[in-house]
Design a protein around this ligand. Structure first.
Ligand SMILES: Cc1cc2nc3c(=O)[nH]c(=O)nc-3n(C[C@H](O)[C@H](O)[C@H](O)COP(=O)(O)O)c2cc1C
Length: 177
């Protein structure tokens, strides 16, 4: 099979490009195709036995596979970058809405308790105890929500843990100190 412009462009011997096939086209297959003179392509979930919609996990999986291909061959290879796995389903959208409502109601509830004890006597022992418990509770919620909760990014932060931590810091500065 003769060389053509594709070969020159990609630096391969034969104008054969292996299609990306999600988890099927892992580092071993990709390295074998590239070594043989074609262009191997790493699939998005290569090296795994399942598909994940998690963008960060997809990136991690790809990074591991890229390193593995590089350790197996110096030949050029391609990486299939997937921009998205489709829209969030209606069920997931409702779960996310519920998380927001629960989060909002909890904050209003906590805010009301803090407001009431502050109104009764901001410097009293009861108030300080409530502030301390509320700050600890908010930080615990922030941690839980960081690892399990709604993960919309806001600047470099995840939104819910960010709001909970800011609330804890404000109550700490205003009440405990
Ligand atoms: C099992 C399987 C998994 C695939 N996974 C991907 C993928 O992750 N990304 C992608 O762009 N295409 C994927 N495809 C599509 C192939 O890359 C290719 O475009 C398709 O098989 C058509 O190729 P053909 O015209 O040479 O038959 C997949 C195809 C198969 C059969």
């Amino acid at each position: 099979m003769g060389k053509n412009r594709i070969c020159e462009l990609l630096g391969i011997r034969y104008p054969i490009i292996q299609a990306p096939m999600n988890w099927v086209s892992g580092a071993d297959l990709v390295a074998a195709v590239s070594k043989a003179g074609g262009l191997g392509t790493i699939g998005p979930n290569a090296g795994s036995e399942d598909i994940t919609p998690d963008v960060e996990l997809t990136g991690e999986r790809m990074r591991t596979q890229i390193r593995k291909v590089k350790s197996l061959t110096d030949a050029p290879f391609a990486v299939n970058v997937v921009a998205g796995f489709g829209d969030i389903s209606e069920d997931n959208r409702n779960i996310i809405k519920m998380e927001w409502i629960v989060e909002g109601v909890s904050l209003i509830f906590i805010g009301t308790i803090v407001g009431v004890v502050t109104y009764i006597g901001p410097l009293g022992e009861l108030s300080r105890a409530v502030y301390t418990v509320v700050v600890a509770g908010l930080l615990a919620l922030a941690l839980v929500s960081l690892f399990t909760g709604f993960k919309v990014r806001f600047l470099p932060f995840r939104l819910c843990p960010f709001i909970l931590t800011i609330s804890a810091v404000l109550i700490f500065l205003g009440g405990v100190l």
